[in-house]
Design a protein around this ligand. Structure first.
Ligand SMILES: Cc1ncc(COP(=O)(O)O)c(C=O)c1O
Length: 492
């Protein structure tokens, strides 16, 4: 279980690293600096920290060296470092230079509060598919079973045993032996992620997060006053991501890692079996608890073999796993689960029960019925999503060829690079006025990273997706020339 290649090489380095002046100058690009030079340099470094290309806890080069590499004066670099320190993006440690950090209020948006329903608006602010007919059948079945439960008090603090057993059996079938005592029923995968982060993190703890990242995880971490350590992840990052997480965790003495192993939202990135093993072993060695959000695990779209849950690669307790019916079936069911060791389950259940008592029995009965037909629903869902993904990619290629679109192997969204100079927040604002609701790219970043990116879910039927592309073409021409200082909408 926990055998496999140990990670070796540069990650063996203990303690924080520096970045060389030449490397930093290359990342910033001397020719992008403009007057006032010190402010431009500070914002360049800040941007690199925001999007994870420059890690948190990295020592910046000596002022003189960076000045020489960039061809600017030392005073400029000194003023830029000063500005970063003032704004909380860097910290000076006596005698040992200036280190990158994220400010306590680094602009992570406080809450994911989507707009209300509006007639006529095509809403792609959520990546969540419409429900299949099996949902109504499952609720009909639940109602026929309900009378058997009416004699009891109706509270199920851990969740209905029949449901926990089905969830445990599914993990066992996927290569991770699980008993019902290791399962807590939660309000969606979101409830499970939130419960797991609360169980693991104390104020001030460092949490390594993939970047871009599902924003609710950031919101919870922020509420817990955890310090974020973003590590860049995209479709091509592969084992490089595992290496970077290992290093980031070591350099920051992180307490936990939040990761979406399968078809991450928004990028669609997936960890191979080998990368899963290396990641879990590395975290286990460093005593970092992994919160694995497996909400999208069923959504392989290219006939790939399904991969084992992350927790199968580590000792009990290393990985807390979250899952739900939201993406494979329908988010309206609101049933998810946390898989962890029984002591964590008991503690978490106690906290959840204080918060909201327990979940609806009818929803849990319906979830049992849905789990019984899950394979059929998932097979159909994959066919739909694949057709919708391909139609959206083709329409973007035809009508917005200057957009950078990479086809993900699964999941539910495209993570698109916008053409130079186009701001995602401006585009989203303009699209909203035309009747298309989307989330801004920066919603998926710590700080204000990713204003040059846009998430496009392919969860809607093809005609809606084609309409969305038409509206995006209109929005792109309408917003040409508007500046990103326009107020942002943060919908997801
Ligand atoms: C990675 C990830 N985790 C969790 C969720 C929330 O899932 P649920 O509706 O089950 O709470 C989402 C929804 O978009 C998601 O993308």
């Amino acid at each position: 279980m926990n055998s496999g290649p140990l990670i070796t090489g540069p990650m063996g380095t203990v303690g924080p690293t520096t970045t060389s002046a030449e490397r930093l100058a290359e990342l910033i690009g001397a020719d992008t600096l403009h007057a006032p030079m010190y402010a431009s340099l500070a914002s360049g470094i800040q941007g690199l920290v925001r999007d994870g290309r420059l890690g948190v806890g990295v020592r910046l080069p000596a002022e003189r060296e960076l000045a020489a590499a960039l061809g600017v004066s030392r005073v400029t670099v000194s003023a830029a470092y000063g500005r970063l320190r003032e704004a909380g993006w860097a910290d000076a440690r006596q005698g040992s230079g200036t280190w990158t950090q994220l400010p306590a209020t680094s602009g992570v948006v406080a809450a994911w509060v989507p707009g209300g329903e509006r007639d006529g608006t095509l809403d792609l602010s959520y990546a969540a598919p419409p429900g299949p007919p099996e949902v109504a059948d499952a609720y009909a079945q639940a109602l026929t079973e309900l009378p058997r439960h009416l004699g009891g008090h109706g509270y199920t603090p851990l969740g209905l045993l029949a449901l926990r057993t089905r969830i445990a059996d599914r993990y066992t079938a996927r290569g991770l032996p699980t008993t019902p005592e290791q399962v807590l029923v939660t309000c969606g995968a979101g409830g499970a992620v939130s419960a797991a982060l609360r169980a693991v993190l104390d104020a001030g703890d460092r949490l390594v997060v993939e970047h871009p990242v599902w924003p609710n995880a950031l919101d919870v971490a922020r509420e817990l006053r955890a310090r974020l350590v973003p590590v860049s992840r995209d479709l091509d990052s592969g084992s490089g991501f595992v290496t970077a997480v290992h290093r980031a965790a070591r350099q920051t003495s992180a307490r936990a890692l939040y990761v979406v192993p399968d078809f991450s939202n928004p990028t669609g990135a997936t960890l191979s079996e080998g990368d899963r093993r290396s990641l879990v072993i590395s975290m286990q060695q460093q005593e970092v608890t992994v919160v694995a959000d497996e909400a999208l695990a069923d959504l392989a779209l290219d006939d790939q073999e399904s991969l084992t849950p992350l927790a199968a690669h580590g000792r009990p307790g290393t990985v807390l796993s979250a899952g739900s019916l939201s993406k494979a079936v329908w988010a309206g069911v609101r049933i998810g689960w946390l898989r962890a060791e029984p002591d964590v389950i008991a503690r978490t259940a106690a906290a959840a029960s204080r918060d909201h008592g327990a979940l609806s029995l009818v929803d849990q009965l319906a979830a049992c019925a849905l789990l019984d037909v899950l394979d059929v629903v998932v097979a159909r869902r994959r066919v739909q999503l694949r057709a919708q993904r391909d139609a959206l990619v083709a329409a973007l290629g035809e009508h917005l060829p200057e957009w950078g679109v990479t086809v993900p192997p699964g999941g539910q969204s495209l993570w698109c690079r916008l053409p130079a100079g186009v701001s995602s927040s401006v585009l989203v604002d303009t699209a909203e006025q035309l009747g298309l609701r989307l989330a801004t790219g920066s919603r998926f970043g710590a700080g204000h990273a990713f204003d040059d990116m846009l998430r496009l879910p392919f969860t809607a039927p093809v005609p809606d997706l084609l309409r969305a592309v038409e509206l995006l073409v209109a929005a792109s021409s309408a917003c040409a020339g508007r500046s990103p200082s326009t107020p942002r909408r943060h919908l997801v």
